[in-house]
Design a protein around this ligand. Structure first.
Ligand SMILES: Cc1ncc(COP(=O)(O)O)c(C=O)c1O
Length: 406
């Protein structure tokens, strides 16, 4: 069959550059839209195809990586949001994956080998922790999970075999912040790569690459997608490191074109959504701080003056994640949740709709009492992912539910 679009197709792979002065939301709206080479649609079409025409004259172009072959390796619908996220994080190269765990497993497995040591502070997202502590040791990779105390001085945690360091900040669900510039320096001091899971902060509120990270990871399922309707993951970093991430494309955690289309549809509103998440986080944290039903509000920077200084230095906004320690402990959780009108009781986070979860019953249910208390998770601990509803409505909903359990 003939292939009329072949020449245009090769040309169209380049994304238009924007003026340097363009702000983040302008970049999100106009960032990665290539002219449609078929009908001229302003919205990029969904290339819901597994494979692409491959006439003989494309052999040379294939060797240069200039044409599409097979959607596990590259698909135009995936490349658009990939480029938007690359620009947002400020990296040379970005890859999207079928889930956040797809991004994390593909990146970590590509960068370690037998004999290496991986260092991470305890309290990572549960499946990431499982990957490190269950899977990697089976392949001869040693993993050292640091306690909260040890994680305060990362320099002393690095050893001669440390090759990879993985940090989340703010942490889940305690919302502690790690000093990313200090961690980067400590990791690089022993020649290790430094990876940061930036899911909670978002690329609007925090730029780990500018603070020294080698790769930024995301569960794009969360704020980047933002509507609780798709799974996706992202890895962004230097050209050199990203060239090693699933270099031959056999790990297979590729993003589906339709999910990529939905993600591309969500990204232009990321800046607006995160501005509202930030406002809702700040308003709810202030309103609930002295409520008699609450022992403690956990919010990025709230743990200590030192963490407040770190958050102020490295975050442009504190986000919409917030946890509460209810004074009444475990018995007060169900009466509290049962009175909320605008919070879905569900795991996950980063959506336009507010969600509430109980880590002891969900993500952290496998941990012992000692491990839970080390992470600061007490029996009345509840995690809120504040959506983009009107701030006064969320404050009122939470306050009324708390008033009822005093
Ligand atoms: C911080 C963090 N990283 C990674 C993941 C995994 O992402 P996914 O569920 O998209 O695989 C999650 C999921 O909740 C998360 O919270």
């Amino acid at each position: 069959m003939s292939d009329p679009g072949a020449t245009a197709r090769r040309r169209a792979r380049a994304f238009p550059e924007l003026p340097e002065w363009a702000g983040p939301t302008t970049r999100l709206v106009h960032g990665a839209r290539r002219p449609d080479w078929n009908a001229g649609s302003v919205v990029p079409p969904i290339y819901q195809t597994t494979t692409f025409h491959f006439p003989a004259e494309h052999s040379e172009a294939r060797d240069r990586g200039d044409v599409y072959l097979y959607s596990r390796l590259a698909n135009p619908s995936v490349e658009g949001p990939e480029e938007t996220i690359r620009r947002l994080e400020g990296g040379d190269s970005a890859r999207l994956f079928g889930s956040g765990m797809g991004a994390i497993t593909s990146t970590v497995l590509s960068l370690v080998r037998a004999g290496d040591e991986v260092v991470a502070p305890a309290g990572l997202y549960g499946s990431t922790q499982d990957l490190l502590t269950d899977l990697l040791p089976r392949f001869g990779v040693r993993v050292r999970m640091l306690t909260g105390e040890e994680a305060r001085s990362p320099e002393t945690a690095m050893g001669p075999d440390t090759r990879l360091v993985l940090v989340e900040s703010p942490t889940n669900p305690g919302l502690h912040v790690h000093d990313l510039a200090r961690w980067a320096k400590a990791a690089h001091g022993v020649g290790a790569l430094f990876l940061v899971d930036n899911t909670f902060a978002t690329p609007i509120n925090q730029h780990p690459l500018a603070l020294g990270a080698d790769v930024v990871l995301h569960s794009a399922t969360k704020y980047l997608a933002g509507h609780s309707d798709l799974l996706a993951g992202a890895a962004v970093g230097s050209a050199e490191v990203m060239a090693r991430v699933d270099a031959k494309g056999y790990l297979g955690a590729s993003l589906d074109p339709f999910a990529a289309f939905l993600l591309a549809r969500s990204l232009p509103t990321l800046g607006l959504r995160v501005a509202r998440h930030n406002e809702n986080g700040r308003r709810v944290a202030e309103a609930l701080r002295d409520h008699p039903a609450i022992e403690r509000v956990h919010y990025p920077g709230s743990a200590s003056l030192e963490e407040e200084a770190i958050a102020a230095r490295q975050m442009q906004g504190r986000g919409g994640m917030l946890s509460l320690s209810l004074r009444g402990g475990a018995p007060s959780i169900d009466p509290f949740l049962g009175r909320l009108r605008f919070f879905h009781v569900a795991s996950s986070l980063g959506s336009v709709m507010s969600l509430v979860s109980v880590p002891i019953q969900s993500s952290h249910r496998h941990l012992s009492e000692v491990e839970l208390s080390r992470l600061g998770i007490d029996p009345g601990f509840v995690r809120l992912s504040l959506g983009i509803e009107d701030p006064e409505d969320l404050v009122r909903d939470l306050t009324e539910a708390l008033d009822a359990i005093v």
